[in-house]
Design a protein. Structure first.
Ligand code: CP3
Length: 350
């Protein structure tokens, strides 16, 4: 008997079904950075506590994680934290202004060797506490995503010492000091494996790796410099049993090497066609994305047209999770997010 084309039970949340390319009752949708400054209720919490304090308070982190879930019919939740949080757990001093700023940027082998291996329960216990509290507050049909930064993206911040458009310092460093660079990224990969395992152990039902700066590398450098460390993490999570999402921001030129990763879902930005990516990634990967965050500023009518374009590009097959192509902008009108979520559901109901 052929598998039913329409999902008939509510046992598996649509988000998790889509990660595994199974049939869904509607295309699941969530928004990168869905907890954040575009929400007045988030800004209200931030009036009382700094960003670091927020990430370190399980109660407040759970509260802001749940804020967008209360407001919108989202199909997934992502734990409120930051890719740099586990780095603090490795002994690196950093602050957010608002992007991460490192006290002493890493530029020597000695500094790499001095990085403490991450023991999540000791270095960042509050993340696992926040996951437990959030899971307890979420409805059953809304899975919770845990996440980390990919080694090359973390490396970029650690070596640059501050956010940057071009990241010329870490890019030059990767060329001038390939061995120190690889050693740093390998150490970060080991830390992210235990970190993601701890998040899954605390209740995260999917795990996402953010390769926010992978697009700085050309395809051969990406394959040589960044990819081996991502592969190590994903292969290291093989036995965890939850879907793995790899957000390959601006990595459209590297999709043929990304296709070899054991990730379940590849997240794409709006510069890459979902349909084109699917052809390269093959039938065993789902895709996530990829509305340009700027489209949340268009009229309701035009927003619907832009959503239709993304859905048409993704195609009718299973394995599409609707999202933005990158984080939502702080200036976005929350009502536009509500219209987006409701329209994706209405348009894709099966
Ligand atoms: O809702 C969610 O998506 C969860 C929360 C989340 C944050 N950071 C909160 C945050 C997630 C998933 C991240 C990941 C993150 N952090 C990435 C990968 C995603 C991406 O955007 O590519 C990166 C590159 C970072 C590093 C980072 N942290 C930057 C560049 C910034 C400044 C960005 C900005 O919006 O100004 C941060 C700080 C940060 N992380 C904020 C938030 C809500 C802003 C802090 C504030 O409230 O003042």
């Amino acid at each position: 008997m052929a598998a039913p084309a329409v999902k008939t039970d509510n046992a598996t949340p649509n988000f998790l079904a889509a990660c595994r390319r199974q049939p869904v009752s509607h295309t699941p949708v969530w928004v990168m950075r869905q907890a954040g400054r575009y929400l007045p209720e988030y800004r209200k919490v931030r009036e009382k506590v700094g960003f670091t304090g927020l990430t370190r308070s399980p109660e407040l982190a759970a509260e802001v994680t749940l804020q967008p879930i209360r407001r919108f019919a989202l199909d997934a939740s992502i734990i409120f934290s930051d890719i740099m949080v586990p780095i603090e757990g490795m002994g690196v001093d950093l602050e957010y202004a608002p992007g991460p700023v490192i006290g002493t940027p890493i530029r020597t082998l000695k500094q790499v060797e001095e990085l403490r291996p991450l023991i999540p329960e000791e270095g960042v216990p509050f993340v696992m506490e926040a996951i437990k509290l959030t899971r307890a507050g979420l409805p059953a049909h809304v899975p919770l995503i845990g996440f980390c930064g990919s080694p090359f993206t973390l490396f970029s911040y650690l070596v640059a010492g501050k956010p940057s458009k071009e990241f010329s310092v870490p890019r030059a460093f990767a060329q001038a000091e390939p061995e120190i660079s690889a050693k740093l990224m390998d150490k970060l990969a080991d830390a992210m494996i235990v970190y993601l395992k701890a998040q899954a152990g605390a209740g995260a039902q999917a795990l996402m790796l953010f390769e926010s700066w992978g697009g700085l590398l050309g395809p051969t450098d990406y394959a040589r410099v960044a990819l081996p460390h991502v592969k190590k993490i994903i292969d290291g999570l093989k036995d965890v049993g939850v879907p793995i999402i790899y957000f390959a921001n601006q990595c459209g030129g590297s999709l043929s090497s990304i296709a070899a990763l054991n990730a379940d879902v590849i997240g794409l930005d709006w510069r890459t066609s979902l349909g084109g990516a699917r052809k390269i990634l093959g039938p065993h990967k789902a895709v996530q994305g990829n509305l340009d965050p700027a489209h949340l500023f268009s009229s309701p009518e035009n927003l619907r047209l832009r959503v239709d374009e993304v859905l048409a590009d993704a195609g009718p097959g299973p394995g599409h999770i609707f999202n933005l192509g990158h984080g939502i902008w702080p200036e976005t009108d929350p009502d536009s997010v509500a219209r987006l979520v409701d329209y994706v559901h209405a348009r894709t109901a099966r």
